[in-house]
Ligand binder design. Structure first.
Ligand SMILES: O=C(O)CCC(=O)C(=O)O
Length: 278
């Protein structure tokens, strides 16, 4: 008997899902990537981790290299440049359509991607932080992080944890270091108790969080890899500002003749559109 066709989750959000997003600052979506796609994606990510790229291109930022600490997080930025399969996933129309509804945005562009693999018995604590704090060169806080589970993520694997409702607190100072061994939890206003929600996902499911939502993750205490592929995206209306913090995307985007000047909307090959597709 042929295998039953796989059904992926709808990409139209209900009013209840949008209300929960505004209340909590995150949204967990059903399966957006099918099993065959996931198999190809895992193999593609592993090739990139091993330094085997599609001809003519390579990732922008490697924070782990073959031969490095076997227990270190495999963190690679703009991995999409080294693999067409990774590129198709992190610029997926499905992610873009959902992010556009969450942000009520006219369109969605990639900011950057990230392979985030934590080895069994390893990986570091990712200190609690707000993504937009690191992205002050994006003037408007109209950003969403889409975290794609390439395998089932279980509570013992160091899943991401969200502080529900923390996106309403505004921007806090950055923690000192982001991948240390401490958790540096934010000091909340007196009397405020926000629930901490672990993001336990099935393979192919995706969590979306707002640029101001506090989140972090622990070490992987299990015997299995925790395999995540992250697509950080922004509204197509977001503009570039120079900021003392700077961001690695600035030198990276200047590798291309077409890139934004301060005050302009982000554009150019460094920041492909997810939604709408031209
Ligand atoms: O993968 C993790 O544990 C953390 C990822 C993260 O901080 C993010 O995607 O914003």
């Amino acid at each position: 008997m042929p295998a039953a066709a796989e059904t992926l989750a709808e990409t139209t959000l209900s009013q209840a899902q949008l209300s929960a997003w505004h209340e909590r600052g995150f949204h967990v979506h059903g399966k957006l990537f099918g099993d065959e796609e996931l198999e190809a994606l895992r193999a593609a990510c592993e090739r990139v981790i091993d330094g085997a790229y599609d001809p003519g291109s390579e990732p922008d930022g490697r924070y782990w290299k073959p031969g490095g600490d076997p227990l270190g997080v495999r963190k690679i930025d703009n991995a999409w440049k080294g693999s067409r399969i990774v590129a198709a996933a992190v610029t997926s129309e499905r992610l873009g359509r959902i992010a556009a509804q969450l942000l009520d945005a006219p369109g969605i562009r990639l900011w950057h991607d990230q392979i985030a693999y934590k080895p069994p018995g390893g990986g570091k604590v990712v200190t609690w932080h707000q993504d937009w704090g690191y992205w002050q060169v994006i003037r408007e806080c109209q950003t969403v992080t889409c975290w794609i589970a390439l395998d089932d993520v279980t509570p013992d694997q160091g899943p991401m944890e969200f502080l529900a409702g923390s996106h309403k607190l505004g921007l806090y100072p950055l923690p000192k270091g982001c991948t240390g061994d401490d958790e540096q939890r934010p000091t909340l206003p007196p009397g405020l108790n926000l629930p901490c929600v672990p993001v336990v996902l099935k393979a192919g499911e995706v969590s979306f969080h707002h640029g101001l939502t506090f989140h972090g993750s622990g070490k992987n205490l299990s015997a299995r890899w925790r395999k995540g592929l992250v697509s950080h995206v922004m509204s197509s209306a977001c503009t570039y500002r120079s900021h003392e913090r700077g961001h690695p995307n600035e030198p990276w985007m200047r590798k291309y003749a077409v890139h934004p000047q301060p005050g302009e909307a982000w554009h150019g090959p460094q920041f492909p559109m997810l939604w709408p597709r031209s």
